[in-house]
Design a protein around this ligand. Sequence first.
Ligand SMILES: Cc1cc2nc3c(=O)[nH]c(=O)nc-3n(C[C@H](O)[C@H](O)[C@H](O)COP(=O)(O)OP(=O)(O)OC[C@H]3O[C@@H](n4cnc5c(N)ncnc54)[C@H](O)[C@@H]3O)c2cc1C
Length: 391
Amino acid sequence: MALHLFDQWRARSPYYNESHDAWAMTVRRFVEKEIAPYIDEWEEREEVPLTLNVKAAELGLIQLGFPEEYGGITQGIDAFHSIVTGDELAQTGASGLTASLFMHSVALVPVLRFGNEDLKRRVATEVLAGRKTMAIGLTEPSGGSDLAAVKTRAERRGNKWILNGSKTFISNGTRADYLTIVARTGGPGADGLSLFLVEKGMPGFSATRLKKMGWHCSDTATLYFDDVELPAENLLGPENRGFLATVSNLNNERAGLASGACAYARCALEEAYEWACQRETFGKPLIKNQVIRHKFAEMMRQISASQAFADQMVWAMMNDKLDFALLSLSKVQATRTLEFVARECAQILGGACFVRGSKVERIYRDVRAHAIGGGSEEVLLDFAARHMGFG
Ligand SMILES: Cc1cc2nc3c(=O)[nH]c(=O)nc-3n(C[C@H](O)[C@H](O)[C@H](O)COP(=O)(O)OP(=O)(O)OC[C@H]3O[C@@H](n4cnc5c(N)ncnc54)[C@H](O)[C@@H]3O)c2cc1C
C-alpha cells in the first residue's frame, strides 16, 4: 500500500547515486531510533533536547560541507547529501526540528569565512561537535523583508563594539551559544551593515521565547541588545560590507528550504494516501473515489515539478551555474506546492486533520514558516522579477 515516495523519487532522479542512497538509509535509521519515538513529546513540550545535536554530530549529520579541520565533512560528499539529510528528517513531519539542528548551516558560515583562527577554532569545532548551537539574527521588530533597513546599531568604542537594538522571530534564539547578528555600523542602506558574533551570557544580551502557531518544538525568540560589549575580533568581515555577505549566504538556505518543502509535501501525501486506502465511506475506501484519486495525481504533478526544479537549483549551485532569480522562484514554487498539498491532505483526513497526532496536522500548521521564513513569497517574486528584467 505504501507509496515509498521518498525512495522512488531518488531512484528516478539523475542527481542521486548509491552514495546518496546509502547515506539516506543511515539517516533513516537515526531518525527511526532517535527522533520518531520522541517527536510528538518534543512538540508538546516545545523543545528538542540539546543532546540530539551531539548524537546527530556523532553520525556526521550536522557537519556536511564544513571544513574538515574544524570537524566538518567534505570527503566523498556533495550538496545532494545535505538534501538527502533534510529529506529523511522530513519524514518526521516536524520541520521545526530542522531549525533546532541546522541554524549553524547559515550562522556559522561568516565565522568560518571572516573570523580569526582562534574564533574559528573555538566556535566551529564546538558547534560541529553538537556541543554548542547557533542562531542568525537578521529580522527586527520593525520588519524583516527589507534587510537594508536594519536599525540595530554597533558603535566602535576604543577597541570594542557596543551593540544596541533588537531582533525578532530568531530560531534558536534563547538556546544558541553563538549568534551571528547583522547591525548597522555606517550610514543608511545596504552599505552601512556589518556582521557580528554575539555570545550567550554577554552582559546586556537577553532573549525571550515566543509562542507560535507551528514549529512548536523550535525555539523562536526576540533578542535584546542593551550596550552589549563585543571584542574587536567579533566583527565578522570588513566593516560596512555585511549586506552582501549576508544575502549571498542565504542561497544555500533557500535551496535547502525549497527541497525541504517538497519533502514535507511528500511526507504529508504519504500519510494521506495510507489514510485514503484504509478509511471507508459509503461502503468503500476513500481512494476508490475518483475525486480523491485525482487529488493524489494533482499533488504528485505539483510535487514532481517543484522537486525537479529544486534539484536543478542544487545542481546549478554545485556547478557554478546558479541563477539567483530562478533559485528564488524555486523556493516560492516549492512552498506553494507544500501549501497546496497540506491543504489537500488535511481535507482527505477530514476531522482527523484537526486533532493533534498526525503529521498532516503538524505540516498544515507549519506551512507559514516555510512560506515566510528565508525570504517571503512576495519579496522573492519581486527580487526575481527585477533580476530578470521585468518592469
Ligand atoms: C518560524 C520562523 C522562523 C524564523 N527564523 C528566523 C531566523 O532564524 N532569523 C531571522 O533573522 N529571521 C527569522 N524569521 C523571520 C523571517 O525571515 C521574516 O518573518 C521574513 O523575512 C518576513 O519579515 P517580516 O515577518 O518582518 O514581514 P514584513 O517584512 O513586515 O512583511 C510583511 C508581509 O508583507 C510582505 N511584503 C513586505 N514588503 C513587501 C513589498 N514591498 N511588496 C509586497 N509585499 C511585501 C511580506 O512578504 C510579508 O508577507 C523567521 C520567521 C519565521 C516565521
